[in-house]
Ligand binder design. Structure first.
Ligand code: SME
Length: 165
């Protein structure tokens, strides 16, 4: 999948993405506006990513939030799928081959690899950032670290009381 990128996908990619995200989030605290723009930025700038978006915690499940890519599963129980397990454990999950991951939920039959990063606010997981790729082993440790740093920025930039329950 190709998108018109503005950031050079070299070694400076994540610092540049972080700066672009900081500019996008500046002066706005709304969770829907900020997660929508963050999904759009990542989808535009990252190569070989088929889906990027957010799930928000509602009671004991995750509910689909803003995203880019094909339509996706709407509700994921906490503890299920890659997203539900990452949300339950509070740990990022990087899956190189989704077919080898027990419980993976296939919203898109072509998805081969996935990266999920929990979003925390006030000591609780309030949602996750999820990325899918049609390429196996697409996401490297550098992607996990770089995107986690972007999620830390988002955590501070949003008033999570507007989505958290
Ligand atoms: N594959 C995810 C479901 C969400 S989609 O990838 C958008 C999972 O196993 O939780």
């Amino acid at each position: 999948m190709t998108h018109p990128s503005t950031i050079d996908p070299g070694s400076d990619f994540y610092p540049a993405l972080h700066r672009a995200l900081a500019a996008l989030l500046a002066g706005e605290r709304d969770p829907i506006a900020n997660t929508a723009n963050m999904a759009a930025l990542i989808y535009q700038e990252m190569e070989r990513v088929s889906w990027v978006g957010f799930y928000f915690k509602r009671a004991s499940e995750l509910v689909l939030g803003p995203f880019q890519g094909p339509p996706a599963c709407i509700r994921i129980p906490f503890g299920e799928g890659v997203c539900g397990l990452a949300a339950q454990s509070g740990q990022s999950l990087r899956v190189g081959r989704v077919q080898d991951f027990p419980g993976h939920i296939a919203c898109d039959a072509r998805a081969q690899s996935e990266l999920v990063i929990p979003i925390r606010w006030a000591g609780e997981v309030v949602g996750v950032l999820d990325l899918d790729s049609h390429i196996a082993e697409r996401f490297l440790e550098a992607d996990q670290i770089g995107l986690a740093s972007c999620v830390r920025l988002l955590e501070c930039a949003v008033d999570w009381r507007l989505v958290s329950s």
